[in-house]
Each structure stands twice: as structure tokens, then as C-alpha cells.
Write a protein that binds this ligand. Structure first.
Ligand SMILES: Cc1cc2nc3c(=O)[nH]c(=O)nc-3n(C[C@H](O)[C@H](O)[C@H](O)COP(=O)(O)OP(=O)(O)OC[C@H]3O[C@@H](n4cnc5c(N)ncnc54)[C@H](O)[C@@H]3O)c2cc1C
Ligand code: FES
Length: 232
């Protein structure tokens, strides 16, 4: 069990939970969270939004029973964390472009902060798309060279990619498909996928996806995949 430092609402149905944690975490990895016994049956996968000074942060949207229970936890309560899980984003020494849609912006913040810490001279442009209310934009602006925001439209229509830039994206499937359409084939592209998960550990096959290279488990082989792996 891990101790919750703070759990607060930051926007409509959007919560930020800070939990004390000690260990190594790479951007794009996730944890399985649980704060209940048997109902719901399974823990819920949530990405690492940020990690520093012994505190891991989760930015999450309340969509059902599991996330509602998480949102009702109080500062000082315990939550079960299994992880960090998954392979996360690749380490890219050069200029990067981040594209996030809705709650898919969550894992991009730790990626941004980690990248700027390791490669302060690199350029990072961040595209954030929200259907209605935006959140955490100021935090992204603190570290990014440029933040392009879209509310209510299609963020992918604003995306430009220059030669040599690597693009990393997370969001709904439909947005990720649009991203693969606007990013030139010459630019490396990595997409963080979502799937319903049971174990999160690569044993239940519940998160299996078919790719041109064969079956892949989103929890263990991903959640981040290159466009080549996905055939996009
Ligand atoms: C690797 C990974 C990282 C994730 N990171 C985050 C994060 O940082 N923040 C966040 O808010 N959410 C994240 N999610 C999604 C989150 O796990 C689900 O929203 C959560 O499990 C829903 O649980 P629930 O009990 O509240 O809702 P349920 O009652 O289980 O579902 C409510 C609704 O949400 C849909 N849904 C549930 N889970 C998923 C899913 N995995 N993909 C698509 N639709 C789903 C259901 O079909 C249903 O319509 C992530 C998922 C994965 C696989
Ligand atoms: S969730 Fe069990 S194999 Fe991925």
C-alpha cells in the first residue's frame, strides 16, 4: 500500500493524485491502481503524470466505478500500486513534438519534464487538444518551448512537423490515427495506446492487439508502440 499525499479535483471530472513512492520510473509507464476489495474486480491502469522527489502523480478522469472510487480517496488514505509497468516512451536525444488529446495528455507531462532535464538544448513543441475544458496547460508551458492549444476542434489540424523531429502522442484511437496521417513518414512516430487490462503484467492476454508484426500485449510490449509496429 502507498500513502496518498494529496488527491484533488482540478477540473470537471479530472483529478490529480500525488502518492509517495520510491523507485525508478520511466516516462510513459503506468501503474495498476486499486482502492477496493472485490468490486470492481480488477485494478485500473493509470499513467504516470509526473514523478519527482519521491512523489508520483496520476492525472485521471472519472469515467466509471473504479476512477470514481479513486476520486473519493482523501489525503492520507492508502492506495495499492502495482508497477511501474510497460515499456514507456523511447529516449530521444533530439527535438521532439508531443501531441496529447484529452486525458491522453497525462503521460506527456513527465515525458516533457524528463526530456528537458536530460536535453535542455533540445526543442520541444507540445500540442494539447481538449473537447471542452483544458487543464494543466500552464504546467506544460513552464517546460515546453511552445504549447499549441485547441479546445473543441481537432488538434491534429494544427500540427506541423519539421525534418528531424520525433513525434510522441497519446490520446483516443481516432486522434492517434489522425496523428499518423499528419506526421510525415520520414519522422519517427511513437503512439501510446489504451486497452482494457486485467493483469497489467503480460499474463492474461486481455490487452492483446493485432499488428502487422503479430499479436502484441499493450501492457507489456507497450503501451508505447512505433508507427512501424502498428503499420501506421
Ligand atoms: C496504459 C493505460 C494508461 C492509462 N492512463 C490513464 C491516465 O493516466 N488517466 C486516466 O484517466 N485514464 C487512464 N487510462 C484509462 C483508465 O484505465 C480507464 O479510464 C479506467 O480503467 C476506467 O475504469 P472505471 O472503473 O472508472 O470505468 P469502467 O466502468 O471500467 O469503464 C467506464 C467507461 O470507460 C471505458 N473504458 C474503461 N477503460 C478503458 C480503457 N482502458 N480504454 C478505453 N476505454 C476504457 C469503458 O468502455 C466504459 O465505457 C489508462 C489506460 C491504460 C490502458
Ligand atoms: S492486461 Fe493481462 S496481458 Fe495485458
Amino acid at each position: 500500500m502507498a500513502l496518498i499525499k494529496q488527491n484533488k479535483k482540478i477540473s470537471e471530472n479530472i483529478f490529480l493524485m500525488d502518492v509517495f513512492y520510491d523507485g525508478e520510473i520511466f516516462p510513459g509507464q503506468f501503474f495498476m491502481l486499486r482502492a477496493w476489495d472485490t468490486d470492481p474486480l480488477l485494478p485500473r491502469p493509470i499513467s504516470v503524470h509526473d514523478y519527482h522527489d519521491g512523489v508520483v502523480s496520476f492525472l485521471y478522469q472519472v469515467v466509471g466505478k473504479g476512477t470514481r472510487i479513486l476520486s473519493e480517496l482523501q489525503d492520507g488514505d492508502d492506495v495499492s500500486l502495482v508497477g511501474p509497468l510497460g515499456k514507456g516512451f523511447p529516449d530521444v536525444p533530439g527535438d521532439i513534438v508531443l501531441i496529447g488529446g484529452g486525458i491522453g495528455t497525462a503521460p506527456l507531462y513527465y515525458l516533457l519534464r524528463d526530456h528537458k532535464t536530460n536535453y535542455p538544448d533540445s526543442n520541444v513543441r507540445v500540442y494539447l487538444g481538449f473537447s471542452d475544458e483544458s487543464y494543466r496547460v500552464d504546467q506544460f508551458s513552464e517546460f515546453a518551448d511552445d504549447v499549441i492549444l485547441d479546445i473543441g476542434g481537432f488538434i491534429t489540424e494544427k500540427v506541423t512537423v519539421n525534418a528531424g523531429e520525433t513525434v510522441l502522442a497519446c490520446g483516443p484511437d481516432i486522434m492517434l490515427r489522425a496523428v499518423s496521417g499528419v506526421v510525415p513518414k520520414e519522422n519517427p512516430l511513437y503512439l501510446s495506446l489504451e486497452a482494457r487490462m486485467a493483469c497489467g503484467l503480460g499474463v492474461c492476454l486481455g490487452c492483446n492487439i493485432e499488428t502487422p508484426l503479430g499479436n502484441r500485449k499493450v501492457c507489456k510490449d507497450g503501451p508505447v508502440f512505433s508507427r512501424e509496429e502498428l503499420g501506421l
